[in-house]
Design a protein around this ligand. Structure first.
Ligand SMILES: NC(=O)c1ccc[n+]([C@@H]2O[C@H](COP(=O)([O-])OP(=O)(O)OC[C@H]3O[C@@H](n4cnc5c(N)ncnc54)[C@H](OP(=O)(O)O)[C@@H]3O)[C@@H](O)[C@H]2O)c1
Length: 269
C-alpha cells in the first residue's frame, strides 16, 4: 500500500487555468505539495481554426500554473503529447529528439512545455490515452463493435495505446518523486488505429474482419489538423532512470474490456 494522499480534483468550472488570479489564489490557499496539470483544449481540429484559444489554454494556462507553483513550492507535472513531434522519424521518439509540431494543438502543447522551468517541473508526454471512463477510442470502438457492418480505420498512423489505469499511478510516482525533465510514458508495444480497432472488436467478441484498413489520405472528410504518422514514444527516461515501464498495451486493453463487461448485442434494424 502506498502512502495516503489527499487529492483535490479541479475541473474547469472549479478552476479555469486561463484565469491567472484564480490560479494564484487557489495555489496560495491550498499550497499543494504537487500539482498534476492535465487541463488542455484537446479538440485537435478546432485548434487549427482558433489558435488563440489553443495557446490561451495550453500555453498561457500552463504559464499561470508554473507561476503559482513557484510561489508555493509546489512540484508541477505537465501532461503533454506525442503531437509535439512531426511523426516523420523512422524510429520511436526519445525525450531528447527535437519537437517539431505540425498542428496548432501540438504547437500550443509544446508552448506549455516551454513554460515549464527546466530542471524542476516534470513533463510527461503520452499518447492514444484510453480507459474505462470518459470519451476515448476504446469506448467508441466498443459502441461500433456492438453495431453491424464495416468500419474504416487508418493503418498508416502508428502509436502506443496508453491506459489511464497504468498512466495515472506513473504520473503520481513521478510527481511525488519530483523527477525533473521530460518523460515519455506510454504502454509498451505499438500498433495502428486499424490494429487497435481489430483488437477491441476481437476482445469484445465481434468479428475483427469488420474493420477495414484505409490510409490517412482516404479519410473523408480529411481532418483539419495533420496527425503524426509515427507517434511511438521511446520511454527512455523511465528505462534509464530505473523506473518501471508500463505493461504492454494488449494487457491494458484486456483489463479495460473486463472492467466494461460484455458488449450488448446490436439491436435489430
Ligand atoms: N487523449 C489523448 O490521447 C492524449 C494524448 C496525449 C496527451 N494528452 C493530454 O492529456 C491531458 C488530458 O487530455 P484528455 O484526452 O483527457 O482530454 P479532455 O477529455 O479534453 O480533458 C481535458 C480537460 O481539460 C479541461 N479544460 C479545458 N480548458 C480548461 C481550462 N481553461 N481550465 C481548466 N480546465 C480546462 C477540460 O474541461 P472541459 O471538458 O470542461 O472543456 C477537460 O476536462 C491533456 O493535457 C492532453 O493534452 C491526451
Amino acid at each position: 500500500m502506498g502512502a495516503r494522499l489527499d487529492v483535490v480534483a479541479a475541473d474547469r468550472a472549479r478552476l479555469d487555468v486561463t484565469d491567472r488570479a484564480a490560479v494564484l489564489e487557489a495555489f496560495d490557499g491550498l499550497r499543494p505539495e504537487v500539482a498534476l496539470h492535465c487541463a488542455a483544449w484537446t479538440a485537435v481540429d478546432d485548434c487549427e481554426r482558433d489558435p488563440d484559444r489553443a495557446y490561451q489554454v495550453n500555453a498561457m494556462g500552463t504559464r499561470n500554473l508554473v507561476e503559482a507553483a513557484a510561489r508555493t513550492g509546489t512540484h508541477l507535472l505537465y501532461v503533454s503529447t506525442d503531437y509535439v513531434f512531426d511523426g516523420e522519424l523512422g524510429r520511436p521518439y526519445r525525450e531528447w529528439d527535437a519537437p517539431s509540431p505540425r498542428s496548432v494543438y501540438g504547437a500550443s502543447k509544446f508552448g506549455g512545455e516551454q513554460e515549464c522551468p527546466p530542471g524542476t517541473a516534470t513533463i510527461v508526454r503520452t499518447s492514444w490515452v484510453c480507459g474505462a471512463h470518459g470519451v476515448n477510442m476504446v469506448r467508441t470502438l466498443l459502441r461500433l463493435a456492438a453495431g453491424t457492418g464495416t468500419v474504416r480505420f487508418v493503418d498508416d498512423q502508428r502509436g502506443a495505446p496508453t491506459f489511464t489505469a497504468d498512466l495515472a499511478p506513473a504520473l503520481v510516482t513521478l510527481a511525488m518523486d519530483r523527477r525533473p525533465g521530460v518523460h515519455h510514458v506510454t504502454n509498451q508495444g505499438e500498433t495502428t488505429w486499424f490494429g487497435l480497432a481489430r483488437a477491441v472488436f476481437a476482445g469484445a467478441g465481434a468479428d475483427p474482419d469488420r474493420v477495414v484498413p484505409i490510409s490517412t489520405a482516404e479519410l473523408d472528410p480529411p481532418r483539419a489538423a495533420p496527425r503524426p504518422a509515427n507517434s511511438v514514444l521511446d520511454n527512455a527516461a523511465l528505462r534509464l532512470g530505473g523506473l518501471p515501464l508500463l505493461p504492454e498495451w494488449h494487457d491494458g486493453l484486456e483489463r479495460v474490456l473486463r472492467a466494461l463487461g460484455p458488449v450488448p448485442p446490436a439491436s435489430p434494424t
